[in-house]
Design a protein around this ligand. Structure first.
Ligand code: FDA
Ligand code: NAD
Length: 427
């Protein structure tokens, strides 16, 4: 049994939604495109899961955040796919792929063939048992990657109302979930191995601002150590976490955000893998010419970094790499290398920051770290390569992104510090 399509998108997350939009804009015939997704709903904006979805009042629920609501594009509900003749094969996991034969096989035993394949399998949350921790499948231990995880987290928060939570990990999930837990009136202790939060992006000075803000909301930080084991009660729930330094923290629930692994397994011995992802060129094309990879699973060249191959784990790159791959497939005569500016952001409590470029080189901080209007530039070889801003206006965020696009030259670091965001606004 089998079906054949011209285009198949494997994975039904953020990148899949934006790829479908681009296909429809460029004109496909009904029945030419199919999306296969393990999830049972049409593609949605995953960032909502750690923000609006976790609000105690008027939480966001589907269909409110289907792609492509995050941008100025229309929202793609199930109906939209139907109207555009796009086949959604939902609740279906692909168990094997044969790149040479252009086929995918699902767990239901169906073989789906394609002329062009876009791999958009994203990533999975790294599990504590992979770090040697037992009992991490207890019902009050939560991860957050998909809708099912988010619903479980909401249930667990409701069962822990007025109680305590331990958040393992000081990255994006840790920071955003800690804020959500506090908003749900749960007391939070964050545990992570680094000396400060968001160690992969923040400088100690930037981290200090957010840690002080979190502390003002009652959040406690336990830094420089990791979890060693869980203490399990008679009801099979985690009652306490035991840390490597011997400390014991009593808790009603645990949220884990210790990083992700790209879902490359189906292609590990068939396509070139680099930096933990499927390696693609500037068209998002893999080492096999009919196969493209986009979003979290793709490692692609970044012109701004001299063509360095990077795998990014952010929504803006998922959206743009997806659209770029479709453009490369549908208009091969006009195809060009993607020129992508890395862009990350987060929103917690009433805070909001954006970052463009890379955080390498000499750092220049500016602004007021007490009032929360501050930022930083990273300077390498006398050019600005990274820019961070907390509490900016849309005009200011636009300005710092322009600075990065042009890698603005800089002669006087003291003047850069003094001008701060004004430097960007003057470009
Ligand atoms: P994504 O993970 O979205 O989709 C992958 C899809 O492939 C899933 O539908 C999955 O089920 C499917 N799949 C995988 N293997 C399969 C198989 N074998 N068969 C069938 N289907 C398969 N970024 C940001 O810039 N700002 C933000 O605020 C946030 N916030 C945020 C919150 C939370 C909770 C998460 C988990 C992530 C974010 N992110 C983010 C990151 C952002 O959501 C992420 O970069 C994109 O979702 C990546 O899009 P992809 O389509 O590549 O993967
Ligand atoms: P992350 O890479 O941001 O952070 C991982 C954190 O895990 C590290 O900061 C470290 O503190 C911690 N860690 C690693 N090993 C540990 C251990 N053994 N014990 C305790 N802590 C340990 O990953 P994440 O926070 O899990 O986020 C997962 C994915 O979701 C990422 O791809 C991220 O980009 C995405 N996401 C992004 C946003 C955003 O961009 N605003 C928001 C939420 C999630």
């Amino acid at each position: 049994m089998g079906r054949a399509f011209v285009y198949v998108i494997l994975g039904g997350g953020v990148a899949a939604g934006y790829a479908a939009l681009e296909f429809s804009k460029r004109g496909i015939l009904p029945g030419e495109l199919c999306i296969i997704s393990e999830e049972s709903v049409a593609p949605y904006e995953r960032p909502a899961l750690s923000k609006g979805f976790l609000l105690p009042e008027e939480p966001s629920r589907l269909p409110a955040f289907h792609t492509c609501v995050g941008t100025k594009e229309e929202k793609l509900r199930h109906k939209w796919y139907k109207e555009h003749g796009i086949e959604l094969v939902l609740g279906t996991r692909v168990k094997s792929a044969d790149v040479r034969r252009n086929t995918l096989t699902t767990t239901t035993g169906e073989t789906i063939s394609y002329r062009f394949l876009i791999i958009a399998t994203g990533a999975r949350a790294l599990k504590l048992e992979e770090c040697g921790i037992r009992d991490s499948d207890a019902e009050n231990v939560c991860y957050l990657r998909n809708l099912a995880d988010a619903m479980r987290l909401v249930d667990t928060m409701q069962n822990s109302a007025g109680g305590n939570a331990v958040v393992i990990g000081g990255g994006y999930i840790g920071m955003e979930c800690a804020a959500a837990l506090v908003t749900n009136r749960i007391k939070v202790t964050m545990v992570f191995p680094e000396p400060h939060c968001m160690a992969h992006l923040f400088t100690p000075k930037i981290a200090d601002f957010y840690e002080n803000y979190y502390a003002s909301k009652g959040i406690t930080f336990v830094k420089g150590t990791v979890l060693s084991s869980f203490e399990i009660g008679a009801d099979d729930l985690v009652k306490a976490v035991i840390l490597k330094d011997g400390a014991r923290i009593q808790t009603d629930m645990v949220v884990v955000g210790i990083g992700i692994r790209a879902n490359t397994t189906l292609f590990d011995n068939q396509l070139i893998i680099e930096k933990g992802g499927i390696k693609v060129n500037g068209y998002m094309q893999t080492s096999h010419k009919s196969v493209y990879a986009v979003g979290d699973v793709a490692s692609f060249p970044i012109q701004l970094f001299g063509g360095d191959i990077r795998r990014l784990e952010h929504v803006d790159s998922a959206r743009k790499t997806a659209r770029h791959a479709v453009a490369s497939i549908m208009a091969p005569e006009k195809r060009r290398d993607l020129d992508y500016i890395p862009f990350f952001y987060s929103r917690v409590f009433t805070l909001s920051w954006q970052f463009y470029g890379e955080n390498r080189g000499q750092v220049v901080h500016y602004g007021n770290f007490v009032s929360g209007r501050f930022g930083a530039y990273w300077v390498k070889k006398r050019r600005i390569v990274g820019a961070f801003l907390e509490g900016g206006t849309s005009e200011e965020y636009e300005a710092i992104s322009t600075v990065i696009r042009f890698r603005s030259p800089i002669e006087d670091m003291a003047q850069l510090e003094m001008l701060g965001v004004e430097f960007a606004l003057q470009i």
